[in-house]
Design a protein around this ligand. Structure first.
Ligand code: FAD
Length: 526
């Protein structure tokens, strides 16, 4: 997504154009649908009620993975597809999707036993066509995951998966779709309601969440990729709800508190659910929970004290020597999974497959995984192909992410940083660097982010609120202590002129960010 400051205005002014396809939802699924349809030459409008990726797609565990645990519940197809997509994303998205090793410690008399884990890993390897896992003896395991509980330790297993920045993946897919299709558009902070004519869905009524104005847009096909909100839109057609919203929460620690070089998979001592702790963007994330989310979907979700305690129990049980406590965490975040209600008593037993429904011409896709967004997007579009014949051109061979031209590393950056920027900003990384002023390549606090990224996003990436900049264009709100609040004067000096905000507007935005961070991203008291 590349939009200058007046970009939203231009899209609003052109909403009455004839569109082939309207996509409701600017998470990874909506982005994938936009990308694949735009590639077929369609005029696509994507609308998002909040910020791009502000739903579940910035709140996942950020793993691009096959999902070893889904084998246990017999979800073979989901695992197979995910392993294949992981391999492709790793090949095509260097710097954005990166390998991450997973360590599974094995203890005497543990449930599930070591042989069962190994059998699962053989199946996993079979799916990727390579023998990738290997056994670790106790000393190798201690080297990989120092401070791990030693009593009863027999060794472990190491296997490769991958991780990403989920919000930046979504943004890159939107950005590349719009670059490939100047006739398509993406609009954030625009809430859609379903528009019907003669009993068929024919478009959307939009409300601008910034100015309050309203407009209508019409298309041959409307696809709802609205994630956990899908039942709300379906409700406008009188359809009965089918989703079971399940909350998953995470805690974020400074690296020195939980120094793990790779992901470590733990079985929770209370219920044997798998919990992961893994390094990400210079910090370490611990997650996740899997609970019915009864709080409604209007407000952002927040971790409960009970969830924080549950996660800490797993960490302290597995790493007793670290002496890590809840007050060492610097942030929390959670997302709500759009899981199809299957009537299971235990939320973790519900299927994670995606669902596709057609009601009065409205196609709804929900559920599924970040990892498999491309496959899911293509499946929903194939359903629409009889109404939009251009979609016959959908190709499984087309790249998921645009191949980037070879470019010499910028002498001001380490090769790792250059790779990271190219992964995150795609073809626009060179421009980002060209615009960097003196000092812009310095890190923001002790994070991996550079000031140039903030300035770039403020100028070119449809930032409407300060939280867009700090929680999704960059993830400063997650990786810096107190959500980066102490650095706000510097952020203001760099970004306020680029955003064109008055002093009063900046103060409002700062107050709103402070309130949001306290409510949804801080660490609850023990
Ligand atoms: P969303 O990202 O929620 O997007 C839907 C969008 O629709 C929202 O932004 C919403 O604001 C918008 N919307 C809703 N109604 C309207 C309306 N009326 N008008 C306009 N816009 C509207 N998957 C993995 O592959 N790996 C993982 O490690 C992983 N971990 C996870 C951990 C947790 C805790 C959770 C909750 C999920 C995890 N997932 C993971 C799953 C993955 O994150 C989701 O499947 C994926 O992000 C869903 O994307 P989406 O686009 O369907 O939904």
């Amino acid at each position: 997504m590349h939009q200058e400051r007046d970009g939203r205005e231009k899209v609003w002014a052109a909403l009455d154009r004839p569109w082939d396809l309207i996509v409701i939802g600017g998470g990874i699924m909506g982005a994938g649908v936009l990308r694949e349809a735009a590639r077929c030459g369609l005029r696509v409008l994507l609308v998002e009620q909040n910020d791009f990726a502000s739903g579940t797609s910035s709140r996942s565990s950020k793993l691009v993975h096959g999902g070893l645990r889904y084998l246990k519940t017999g979800q073979w197809q989901l695992t197979l597809e995910s392993v294949r997509e992981r391999e492709r994303l790793l090949r095509e998205g260097a710097g954005l999707i990166e390998p991450l090793g997973f360590v599974l410690p094995v203890y005497k008399r543990q449930r599930p036993p070591g042989w069962m884990l190994r059998a699962g890993l053989y199946a996993y390897d079979l799916m990727s066509g390579r023998l990738q896992h290997r056994a670790l003896d106790t000393s190798e395991l201690m080297f990989t995951a120092p401070h791990i509980r030693e009593t009863g330790l027999q060794g472990g297993l190491l296997y490769p998966d991958a991780q990403t920045d989920d919000a930046r993946l979504t943004l890159r897919v939107i950005q590349e779709a719009l670059a490939a299709s100047p006739q398509s558009a993406a609009l954030n902070y625009a809430r859609a309601e379903i528009l019907r004519e003669n009993g068929r869905v024919c478009g959307v009524r939009l409300q601008d969440r910034v100015s309050g104005r309203q407009a209508e847009a019409r298309a041959s096909v409307v696809i709802s990729a609205s994630g956990v909100w899908a039942d709300k839109l379906r409700g406008q057609l009188g359809a009965a709800p089918r989703l079971r919203p399940l909350r998953g929460s995470h805690l974020v620690f400074p690296f020195h508190r939980v120094p793990v070089a790779q992901a470590v998979s733990l079985f929770h001592p209370r219920d044997r659910r798998p919990v992961f702790v893994f390094p990400w963007e210079g910090v370490v994330i611990l997650g996740t929970t899997d609970l019915d989310h009864a709080e409604g979907l209007e407000r952002e979700p927040a971790i409960s004290t009970g969830e924080a305690r549950y996660l800490m129990e797993a960490l302290q049980h597995q790493f007793p020597a670290l002496g890590v406590r809840l007050e060492h965490a610097i942030a929390s975040y959670c997302g709500v999974r759009p899981v199809i209600a299957g009537g299971q008593a235990d939320p973790s037993k519900e299927s994670r497959e995606f669902a596709l429904w057609e009601e009065e011409g409205l196609l709804t896709l929900t559920g599924g995984k970040l990892t498999t967004f491309r496959v899911t997007a293509q499946q929903v579009l194939r359903k629409a192909a009889r109404r939009l014949p251009a979609l016959e051109a959908l190709s499984d061979a087309a790249p998921i992410l645009d191949p980037l031209p070879a470019a010499a590393p910028d002498a001001r950056l380490s090769p790792e940083m250059w790779r990271r920027l190219r992964g995150r900003y795609g073809a626009r990384a060179a421009q980002l660097l060209a615009e960097a002023q003196a000092g812009d390549l310095e890190p923001v606090g002790d994070s991996v982010y550079r000031w140039a990224e903030l300035r770039w996003a403020a100028a070119h990436e449809s930032v409407v609120h300060l939280q867009d900049l700090l929680l999704r264009r960059t993830r400063i709100g997650l990786v810096l202590r107190d959500g980066g609040l102490p650095l706000l004067p510097q952020v203001r000096a760099q970004c306020q002129p680029v955003l064109g905000w008055s002093d009063a507007r900046w103060q409002e935005e700062e107050a709103a960010y402070r309130e949001l961070w306290q409510r949804c991203y801080r660490v609850p008291q023990a």
